[in-house]
Ligand binder design. Structure first.
Ligand SMILES: *Cc1c(COP(=O)(O)O)cnc(C)c1O
Length: 433
């Protein structure tokens, strides 16, 4: 029997009988675990005791529940939780393109990810081929070279909510023996499951909608377990790994020992264990607590977002609303295909005005909070060109519609008519003579 989403979000990955029958997931704040005897210690080290714990930088029972729960909700073979969404992106890229290579990505991705791809990872031999439109398959295919290691995209882009055609991009990637990595932070596993549509690796900033309360920085990498990592292109999974050595085992590579979980176990052993961007048990506890109400929160927030989007569309001072959930975009078919429960809680709009009007609007909101985060229970407002998308060069911001008159909203759980009234009075003040 396989449970549905709302049952899994409460129960998956947790067996109370293994935790003194504690009804909710306990916080294991300890660093290390008693090995008991040398034979057991050796087995744990060789990965033969999948349910055993040794040291909390590598795994921890509280964090483990969070990882298993998200993996089940997303249809993956497993997940690794890390200290932030950026750590998740960094480890996923390094684990895929270890030793160097190229990755194809669109320009309209999360600002810090773009900065990392553009200015930092090339210094480690990983270079990026950027595209304006991730659904321009001909252009992508032209860019695939012998040393291309992956395609990277966001399922829903920030802040103008463009949708990636995940199934088509995955087919294209697979026909060239490369995986598709999707940042699914904006939809969360509640609105979209990229693995079920062909993606191979999914990364999350659970700082956002998964935890939902604006009180924990955290991230995850989920492995679909279906990708065929060819030996020539991805030698890291076929190298013998000293910690997996045992008597009589000739091939002690991650591929030989872990099969479908080779990618994930390599990431845990080589990146989490050695680079150390671990999620704390208390943070995992907050993530689990938030996750229990994800459907109720995001369901209401999506409904409120659409009401606000409709209000803005009718407002005389608003030039354009960017919310693919309104189905008034060229992407209508993609939205209907992939986002049956809504596009999300984050969208943006352009004022018929300039920086001065935007400044006045921001300084006059009373219910919305002005800050650079998304996916909180509180409704948030920000001006991307000055805050969240600063690192993007001006000419590219223009192509992506991120001009000085663009405003991004992240809708929370407040009363929808209060939110609309707040925007209305702030817009009116912004255009007072
Ligand atoms: C916030 C965010 C990140 C980075 O996450 P942190 O937890 O802040 O490190 C990555 N991708 C997207 C789409 C985000 O919104």
């Amino acid at each position: 029997m396989s449970n549905n989403f709302d049952t899994k979000k409460i129960h998956s990955g947790y067996q109370p009988q293994k935790h003194n029958y504690s009804a909710t997931v306990p916080i294991y704040q300890n660093v290390a675990f008693d090995l008991h005897d040398t034979e057991r210690a050796d087995k744990i080290a060789r990965g033969e005791e999948p349910d055993a714990f040794m040291y909390s930088r590598v795994n921890n029972p509280t964090v483990d529940v969070f990882e298993k729960r998200i993996a089940e909700l997303d249809g993956g073979v497993g997940a690794v939780a890390v200290s932030s969404g950026m750590a998740a992106i960094t480890y996923a890229i390094l684990n895929t393109a270890e030793g160097g290579g190229r990755i194809i990505a669109p320009l309209d991705i999360y600002g810090a990810a773009l900065d990392e791809f553009r200015t930092l990872l090339p210094k480690f031999g990983i270079n990026f081929d950027f595209v304006d439109d991730i659904n321009d398959f001909e252009n992508i295919e032209r860019l695939i070279k012998p040393d291309t290691k992956a395609i990277y995209a966001e399922s829903v882009s920030n802040p103008i909510t463009n949708v990636a055609d995940v199934t088509k991009i995955a087919e294209l990637a697979h026909s060239h023996n490369i995986p598709l990595i999707i940042d699914n932070t904006f939809p969360t596993p509640y609105l979209f499951n990229p693995i079920k549509h062909g993606a191979d690796i999914v990364v999350y900033s659970s700082t956002k909608g998964i935890s939902g309360h604006g009180n924990v920085v955290s991230g995850l990498i989920v492995d679909g377990g279906q990708f065929d990592w060819k030996k020539g292109k991805f030698p890291q999974f076929y190298e013998n790994e000293i910690t997996l050595k045992k008597k009589g085992r000739k091939d002690f590579s991650f591929a030989a020992v872990y099969g479908k979980e080779a990618y994930l176990q390599h990431l845990r052993t080589k990146y989490l264990r050695l680079m150390g961007g671990v999620l704390s048990p208390f943070s995992a506890y907050l993530d689990l607590l938030g996750l229990e109400t994800i459907s109720e929160r995001i369901g209401k927030e999506v409904a409120t977002s659409l009401k606000i989007a409709h209000f803005l569309e009718e407002n005389e001072h608003v030039e354009r609303v960017f919310n693919s959930g309104l189905l008034n975009t060229p992407q209508e078919e993609l939205v209907k295909k992939y986002f049956t429960k809504g596009i999300g809680t984050i969208f943006s709009f352009k004022l018929k005005g300039n920086m001065k009007n935007v400044t006045e609007l921001l300084n006059n909101v009373k219910v919305f909070t002005y800050l650079p985060n998304v996916g909180d229970n509180r409704s948030l407002i920000v001006n991307p060109s000055r805050v969240t998308h600063r690192e993007i060069p001006e000419n590219e911001r223009q192509k992506q519609e991120i001009l000085d008159n663009l405003i991004r909203l992240s809708i929370g759980l407040e009363d929808s008519s209060d939110l609309i009234a707040d925007l209305e009075q702030a817009i009116n003040k912004a255009f007072e003579e």
